[in-house]
Design a protein around this ligand. Structure first.
Ligand code: SDX
Length: 436
């Protein structure tokens, strides 16, 4: 399109400014020249929660919220979920291309080789109460990994970065499984390099006294697909956190721990656990109408519904529903899915949800599958964090290699007190009474 510019007239000064438009955006810094005089700082944008602000240029993931499109490095999520393993997708996110068979074999071997964790981590893990939330254990132990690999602080070195990327992707399932075993008072199970990524996670979670863990192939494949669906999602809250902390050039373990903290929030990755609690509370289809009424009165949120970007059906939720039927063939049907589907049916025909373009998101059905597979609700967000580590690291690498990026430091609009003088403590009660 010609003339990719914006002409702005400042009605305070009658000055006009021509600002270039690039990829559907204007640079906020171009607004700084709009001033009322030489003393004026210039205009900023004010955008709480970044509703309309691009913080970076990224080639990792593409979303189209209106059309419900999700692509990793240009490949539609539906095709990746059907044809790939999770580690193949992790390689794609990090390297930008799908691996050849040799590249994938080497990558699988490297990850498998690094799934073990330092024995001291077990002592660290044993210090937690038996009922410590697995996400709290995960964020603490990931942060603790930074003490075992001090060289990781040299984030400017590509070789150092790659080694930590491999370690983090490899060790997340191990840490997550150990957190679960600690909760149950069970001995820790070492990873088995002969198993796939998902099979190994199941092995370290559920192996008892059998000499070799054999995962149910349908459940292992379902877990791989769920890992693929959760691997990345452009600039979501936890990825934004990864980029913000990473921009200070902190080591990747501390940075990933911050991202895990963000993911644990009920409005973000913690929603899958909240959905199960919500469905359990609703209990039967007869209670759905009453619950929906509470949501429409603003008293409750319909957890697992709504999305900042998707104003259409989350493509991941659609795939997860398909995976559910395959899992239920093995585990038996989880009755909660009937309540969830009835809830979806009613919500999608109700003006409150239609008007606000609220559709099921990735968290609405995932927990129902996890529960049927034998996971406890407190593990659900851990199941989100394991695969998302690949996306966080792909975005972290992109940030560090982007010449435009520097330490993240937003500005603010100050709305506090003007300058005022100190009040000695003996005069404060009197001063407060005078104001009251
Ligand atoms: C994830 O960003 C990502 O990509 C995240 C994620 C990823 O892969 O990383 O996709 C993963 O976090 C999915 C979202 C999981 N969270 C939930 O399911 C929690 C429930 N959902 C909501 O809290 C909410 O929809 C958010 C947080 C997901 C999005 O919030 P927004 O974009 O800030 O929207 P909003 O809160 O401003 O809502 C707009 C309107 C409001 O109504 P009004 O004030 O206009 O009357 O929609 C309403 C909200 O009250 N609304 C809901 C609702 N979500 C939004 N009403 C009831 N139930 C909901 N779930």
């Amino acid at each position: 399109m010609d003339n990719e510019t914006l002409t702005i007239t400042d009605n305070r000064t009658q000055q006009t400014y021509t600002i270039p438009i690039s990829r559907g955006t204007i640079r906020a810094m171009d607004l700084r020249k709009i001033k009322t005089g030489p003393e004026d700082f210039g205009l900023m944008t004010y955008d709480p929660a970044f509703m309309n602000t691009a913080s970076c240029q990224s080639a990792v993931t593409f979303l189209d919220g209106e059309k419900g499109i999700l692509r990793y490095r240009g490949y539609p999520i539906e095709q990746l979920a059907e044809h790939c393993t999770f580690l193949e997708v992790a390689y794609l996110l990090l390297q930008g291309e799908l691996p050849t068979s040799d590249e994938l074999a080497n990558w699988n071997c490297e990850i498998g080789h690094h799934m073990m964790i330092h024995e001291n981590i077990k002592k660290f893990m044993d210090g937690f109460n038996h009922d410590a939330h697995p996400m709290s254990i995960l964020m603490s132990t990931v942060a603790a990994l930074s003490t075992f690999y001090p060289e990781a602080r040299t984030v400017s070195d590509a070789k150092v970065r790659r080694k930590q990327v491999i370690r983090l992707i490899a060790k997340m399932p191990t840490l997550a499984a150990y957190a679960y075993r600690h909760r149950l008072g069970l001995p820790y199970i070492y990873p088995d390099p002969e198993l796939t990524y998902a099979q190994n996670y199941m092995n370290m979670l559920w192996r008892r006294t059998e000499p070799k863990y054999v995962a149910n192939p349908v459940l292992a494949r379902a877990l791989e697909v769920l890992f693929i669906l959760h691997a990345d999602h452009e600039q979501n809250c936890s990825t934004n956190t990864m980029r913000a902390v990473g921009s200070s050039t902190a080591d990747p373990y501390s940075t990933a721990a911050a991202a895990i903290a963000a993911l644990s929030g009920p409005l973000h990755g913690g929603a899958n656990e909240e959905v199960l609690r919500m469905l359990a509370e609703i209990g039967t289809k007869a209670n759905i109408a009453g619950f929906i009424a509470q949501v429409k009165d603003g008293k409750r949120k319909l957890m697992g519904f709504g999305h900042r970007v998707y104003k259409n059906y989350d493509p991941r939720a659609r795939i997860i529903k398909q995976v559910a039927s395959e899992v239920f063939e093995v585990t038996g049907r989880n009755p909660k899915i009937d309540i969830a589907m009835e809830l979806e049916k009613i919500a999608l025909s109700d003006e409150y949800f239609i008007k606000r373009k609220l559709y099921p998101n990735v968290d609405f059905y995932s927990g129902i599958i996890y529960e049927a597979m034998g996971f406890k609700p407190e593990q659900f967000t851990v199941l989100f964090g394991i695969p998302r580590t690949a996306g966080w690291l792909a975005q972290w690498q992109e940030l560090l290699q982007d010449p435009e990026q520097k330490i993240a430091r937003p500005r603010q609009v100050y709305i506090g007190e003007e300058r005022r003088d100190f009040i000695p403590i003996e005069e404060r009660a009197l001063a407060a009474a005078a104001i009251a």
